[in-house]
Design a binder for this molecule. Sequence first.
Ligand SMILES: C[S@@+](CC[C@H](N)C(=O)[O-])C[C@H]1O[C@@H](n2cnc3c(N)ncnc32)[C@H](O)[C@@H]1O
Length: 495
Amino acid sequence: MLAAVAGLTQLDETTCAGFRARLAAAGYDGGYLATLENIAGNMLQAARDPLLRSHLARHAGPAATLAALFCYSYGAPAADAREALGATLADALEAAGVIHTSGGATISPFLLIPLDGQWFLSDRLDAGADAVMGPGMTTLLMHRWLAAFPCERTLDLGCGAASLAIAAAARGARATATDVTDRALAMAAFNARLNAVAITTAISDVGAALPRGAFDLVLAQPPYVACPEPGGASTYLHGGRYGDELAMRFVTDSAALLAPGGTALLFFDSAVRANDPLPPRLRAALGSAPVAMLALMLPGASLDAHAVMTASSHHPALGDDFARSAAAYREHFESLGVTAISRVILVLRRPGEGSANALYRVALQMPGAAHPNPDQLAALVGALDLAALPDDLLLLERVRAVPGAHFVGEWDDPGENAPARLKMTLPEGSFATSRELGDRGWLMFGLLDGARTVGETVPLYAAECGTPPDQALAEVLGFVREGLARGLLCEAAPV
Ligand SMILES: C[S@@+](CC[C@H](N)C(=O)[O-])C[C@H]1O[C@@H](n2cnc3c(N)ncnc32)[C@H](O)[C@@H]1O
């Protein structure tokens, strides 16, 4: 059952400032939550609950009370809740419907999650089909990535609790948060007040109600889970029969909403099916929009893990309903011929006014790659710009292997002249993964050492390989573009 949100408007700026101060003074912050989330962190919530309850009881205090009330929905003794919140705030929250007290116990129908010095009110995901999603693990990644982009006019498309818009506003953006449900917008407006930032909210079916070409940064984590039962969809979660159908509409609209020079960052899962690969669908979704695209496809959860995790978000207490739901998700994938889940990081770049950049559109499988950190993401976006240069301009650039790359030969037999394998190794924490190189790859990295331009490399490569000039040109340009997009090459400092 979704709790009423109408009462949230009663909580004015002054009450919100008091709420913030209480949460901060109690130490109910992201660091505290991270400690709690480390307790049996990779297990289902129902399995974690006994240990969490025991931890909160052993480390009682205002932060533990607030976590019990607002993070894990355990409720708290009314006296503890009143002490943690203060009597005046507790009364205001009770009147607004954020907490309910009866029989000496206080509970909240909402979640209130701390993240990066802010707090976000949202719904429990099992509360109903229109539950408003607050920051979860994937939102956390989007929060980190935000830092990689200039965010003057930011759009949080499909905002849920609007944690992305609010984080951008706190960084100085003019942020707009839009969603298809009124409930999300009510929560977004409250969260902006709670965090003392100004955002604009608007109801919109994807981008339909929004001005084209008006945003420097578009952030979206569309619903992307495959829906086994037609008519049983949750707004925050399901993106169609396969799951990624709605994401394609977000792709189309994000491209249309970008201002010249703008960037869109979308993050979603895509069910892998042999007869309908993602890259052509992404290109079709973009059509003739004036944007370059970099789609990175990382390995997602296994189909089994995905089914279990999704079913447990509907039925956190597990039991028969959970069992039926998990089996239904798993069987649904089977019936659709889905073989795996890809995690897609999609970057769209609209060239600035007067830019000669080609609308370079590339989709790369990145087996083994970890999620990039903000610096790595910023470097990838810079690399996309470089890769999108027209051939004649790219030939004038200098590129080199990314910092930390080492090139090593491995011998199986010390008597052999040539190594059995040539490898490019990258340090721990790199976005790209270490790899074996063929002879031509090895040669290419050797020539592209930043000392000469890409164009100066072409005749050397042609001579070494005995390749006709046209073919050498195409191979060098292809190698440079792919290396940039995969995070293996970067722009070299000018010599
Ligand atoms: C996975 S949640 C992401 C919420 C939030 N942006 C985050 O990252 O935590 C997807 C959001 O998209 C919204 N949504 C679903 N269908 C939509 C549509 N057709 N147009 C706009 N938003 C939609 C949902 O209401 C939900 O808030």
